[in-house]
Design a protein around this ligand. Sequence first.
Ligand SMILES: *Cc1c(COP(=O)(O)O)cnc(C)c1O
Length: 394
Amino acid sequence: MTFDECAAQALMEITSRPPLVFVRGEGSWLWDHTGKRYLDFVQGWAVNCLGHSPPAIVDALARQARRLITPSPAFYNAPAMQLARQIVEHSAFQRVFFTNSGAEANEGAIKLARKWGALHKAGAYEIITFEDSFHGRTLATMSASGKPAFRDLFEPKVPGFPKARLNDLASVERLVSAATVAVMLEPIQGESGVLPATDAFLRDLRALTRRRNLLLVVDEIQTGVGRTGRLWGYEHAGIEPDIMTLGKMLGGGVPLAALAATEGVSCFADGDQGGTFNGNPLMAAVGCAVMAAVLAPGFLEGVAARGAYLMEGLSHLSARLGLGEVRGRGLLAALDLNQAMAPKVTEIARDAGLLLNAPRPNLLRFMPALNVSTEEIDAMLALLEGSLHSALEP
Ligand SMILES: *Cc1c(COP(=O)(O)O)cnc(C)c1O
């Protein structure tokens, strides 16, 4: 198969892509149109929690597609009911609404918080979010995001998202007013470079929001469903938020996301929220398969153990090559290169057969499948070290 330049031109340009077409995937491995094989530590952007085309997901899709693809969101379907039950049974929340993307889940969380403010807080609508945060690409979620590149895009933004500084409680307190209804954050800022909210900050934020009668919304689109070695990222801090959003790994590669809330906060009236594909049984059946795998005995312990193994390997490598900090939790890790060579390293690594992500010019991010093996981590570290040596050569 050759690369079809004309067909590539038919796609709207939204990012610079290498002239490769990925045609097949299996576990931690991807193959391009020339037959070349790559070890994949991007995994669909932290999405394929069980790797590429795992049998559990292929079977769930095939079985459900034969039975029922969608009856319409105006009727109950069994997979959506079962998946909602699974999430409720294993979380601090009692109600779930399914969406087709993370941004749409966050959009729903924003609407739910505003509705709650209209009903219970005299129309308070402001949601305090954080500098450098990422919540999605709809107009409201871009407005909620603190990503500097979004600042001047698509003006005017949706109002009502004052920005505080992560791990700085005073910066949040200064923004609280009668108009404030909620505080929303990622337990670990993913897109801005794997920057964790500390457990102490999350606990302080929970205490502050309770004291001031504000909702605490956690965007767990990157940290939820086992990525950090616990089912949800907020568990590490021992807190219970009011609203949580999920995406990425919930569908294990298919478009599935969700908004979960406590009973007291679930105040949508009929007609306030919906969507044609929301909670369709085809995607929900995959979500059930993902949850069953992640909740299987020993799975999350394995994520934590291999996450520690990955972090230790990266730390040794960083020490040997005189690079910077290694940070993260579970199988969401980052290596600071201390210099703006991350895009060059990802290119060299790709040529060598390793797919990596550079969320910042100086930073590499690692988001393998949650069932990645220690042998695959070793293979990644070896390919990475070679690529770093090449990049560091004068
Ligand atoms: C990826 C991501 C989103 C957006 O999800 P989409 O499915 O791309 O809309 C929102 N928040 C966080 C923390 C994310 O990592």
